[in-house]
Design a protein around this ligand. Structure first.
Ligand code: COA
Length: 160
């Protein structure tokens, strides 16, 4: 049976930290679905469509990766995709408690659904989507934090 996993997130926008998790996930699994939460409980700067397009451009040529958006519960999306594995990245201890809670809630909602974690590369652990947006809004350079298409789109939307 080919191993398939879902890497869910808000990706507002995708950063090199996320990309690192995607690259490693694509080596661990035969198929990886990057699942963009269309209605996360936080307001987003980019629309779901824009977030999907930015990820698609970023992962071009990277093995068996699909990019989809979903709304509602992640467990329902996983069922619809017939997938029993969730992939998430862990940066530091502060990520752990929230990730732990989410993984347990998901398993309670959908027994058998496993969450696997990869440790984020030490070169990327300090990056976050909000930091990137803040730097661009203040006129800074984010070329070391996000892929080229994201940098371009940020500059266009923020008007730099
Ligand atoms: N390296 C660097 N930064 C990373 C990272 C990594 N490997 N992984 C995450 N981050 C950062 C992101 O940049 C982002 O930064 P920000 O807070 O400044 O925006 C933050 O960590 C989290 O982002 P991300 O991983 O994109 O998404 P998320 O944690 O918001 O995703 C969902 C959460 C979408 C997976 C979760 O809310 C969900 O499943 N929602 C669907 C509804 C549901 O089923 N809920 C559960 C039951 S109530």
């Amino acid at each position: 049976m080919p191993r398939k996993a879902i890497y869910p997130g808000t990706f507002d926008p995708i950063t090199f930290g996320h990309l690192d998790v995607i690259e490693r996930g694509s080596k661990l699994f035969d198929e990886l679905i990057v699942a963009v939460a269309a209605n996360p409980h936080k307001e987003t700067f980019f629309s779901a469509k824009e977030r999907v397009e930015l990820i698609e451009e970023t992962v071009k040529g990277l093995g068996s990766i699909k990019v989809k958006s979903f709304s509602g519960l992640l467990v329902d999306f996983a069922k619809k995709e017939n997938c029993g594995l969730i992939l998430r990245g862990l940066r530091e201890m502060s990520d752990f408690s929230a990730e732990f809670q989410q993984a347990i809630v998901n398993r309670k909602l959908s027994p058998g659904l496993e969450t696997v974690f990869v440790m984020t590369n030490e070169d990327h652990f300090y990056i976050s989507s909000s930091v990137v947006k803040k730097i661009v809004s203040l006129g800074g350079n984010v070329s070391g934090f996000v892929p080229k298409p994201v940098e371009k789109m940020l500059k266009t939307k923020i008007g730099q």
